[in-house]
Unconditional design. Sequence first.
Length: 149
Amino acid sequence: GKAPIEERKKWQATLDKHLRKKMNLKPIMRMNGNFARKLMSKETVEAVCELIHSEERQVALKELMDLYLKMKPVWRSSCPAKECPELLCQYSYHSQRFAELLSTKFKYRYEGKITNYFHKTLAHVPEIIERDGSIGAWASEGNESGNKL
């Protein structure tokens, strides 16, 4: 079930405090690119796992981040076919597993509500790259689109 709003706020505060202490991440910076880069890392997952009691959740979160870090170079590269061909080949598998994890282990958060942009970027990246060469070219905004992910 869904946690009440007060409970979610309490969790948010606990998490912010923990990440500030462990990672020197300040929640005030939440919207900038450096915050996102630092947040989406193995170190952060390790820190977050210290707050999670369920081992199953910890394992799922670690796998999710691992998949994210394997997909990210494909989004960010201006020519993934040259710069990271292996990761590009594995991309479809990684993105399917990523979506599967979200809809099973994290379904309390993503009950069939994966956004269209998110779905498109997850599922159709290989075709987009084949056609346009990179995600940045497709979005016509350089590598900024890779950052959004």
